[in-house]
Design a protein around this ligand. Structure first.
Ligand code: ARG
Length: 304
């Protein structure tokens, strides 16, 4: 079956590309539905500059951001996910990037310790949501920086951990010890790829997307040794945040205009689903940053 889906709205429409992949995901029962936390962009904007993508003079267009965010949410719901929403707060323009709230592990929520004060103000808001929703909220020791699922991603049993720009290697080790998991720290050497989820995306245990230029030789060796199937994302598409993808079974939702990525995913048995999220690229984020998988990522061994 050759199927193309076009979302009702014009801009930011998702594009199903199942020409190479006729497999459909099994219908999710309510109990096993992927559960995702998102925060609507009511107060989103470029109000400070804490990464190379951000430029206050190139502010976001909130109406367009809203429409793109809504298309992403509807796309995820269309793929079987339950999307929970956190109430947006004035004065917290990056609260939309729920991936940075913290790291999930079963019922445990390890709350982030943000490097920048402007984002640290988000933590009480995130913590309150997690407490209200029955999670066990835990904190790292002070003076250790850790930016949650933005920098720590399970691929199988291993927690891959990006450090230098935002999170510290010792914070990752502390988290790994507390969870009782093996952690492999990867130095992020390119300021544009300041969070691990901007340049690495586990698809399943042993399978991941990555952008080679975001790592040093040692990091590349670590990835090659521990992830048997690595799918490279080229420089142009990495800059389009192709690695910053949401994985739901065999569907991989990512920003628009990443044709090589789409073909590589199809070749690996996945379906690429494009949603334009350019308003969020202005803040240095895209699909993955805008979501936090509450029940654990598909690639995390602990989930199943
Ligand atoms: N402006 C935000 C920051 O610099 C973007 C966060 C993107 N999130 C992510 N998980 N990569 O912190």
């Amino acid at each position: 079956m050759n199927r193309t889906y076009t979302a009702p709205s014009g801009r930011g429409k998702p594009k199903w590309e199942s020409a190479y992949n006729t497999r459909t995901d099994p219908p999710a029962s309510a109990a096993m539905r992927p559960r995702i936390l998102m925060c609507p962009p009511d107060h989103y904007g470029i109000e400070y500059e804490i990464n190379p993508w951000m430029n206050r003079s190139l502010g976001a267009v909130r109406a367009v951001a809203f429409q793109q965010w809504t298309t992403l949410r509807d796309t995820l719901v269309g793929l079987g996910a339950t999307v929970e929403t956190l109430a947006p707060q004035p004065g917290l323009p990056d609260l939309v990037f729920t991936a940075n709230a913290g790291l999930m592990f079963g019922n445990r929520f390890l709350s982030s310790r943000f490097k920048h004060e402007v984002r640290a103000k988000e933590s009480p808001v995130f913590d309150a949501w997690f407490v209200a929703n029955g999670f066990a909220v835990e904190h790292l020791p002070e003076r250790m920086f850790h930016e949650g699922a933005g920098d720590a991603l399970f691929c199988g049993e291993i927690l891959f951990a990006g450090y230098r720009t935002r999170s510290d290697a010792n914070a990752h080790n502390w988290v790994a010890q507390s969870l009782g998991v093996r952690c492999l720290p990867l130095e992020l050497v390119n300021p544009r790829y300041y969070h691990l989820d901007t340049c690495f995306c586990p698809l399943a245990p042993g399978v991941a997307l990555f952008h080679p230029e975001a790592f040093d030789r040692y990091g590349l060796r670590v990835l090659e040794t521990h992830v048997p199937t690595l799918i490279p994302v080229n420089a142009d598409e990495a800059r389009r945040f192709g690695c910053n993808a949401v994985v739901l079974g065999k569907s991989v939702v990512h920003n628009s205009r990443c044709p090589e990525l789409g073909a590589a995913l199809a070749g690996a048995g996945y379906r690429s689903v494009e949603v334009e999220l350019d308003e969020f690229l202005k803040a240095g984020g895209s699909a993955k940053c805008l979501t936090l998988r509450l029940d654990g990522e598909d690639a995390a061994a602990w989930q199943s």
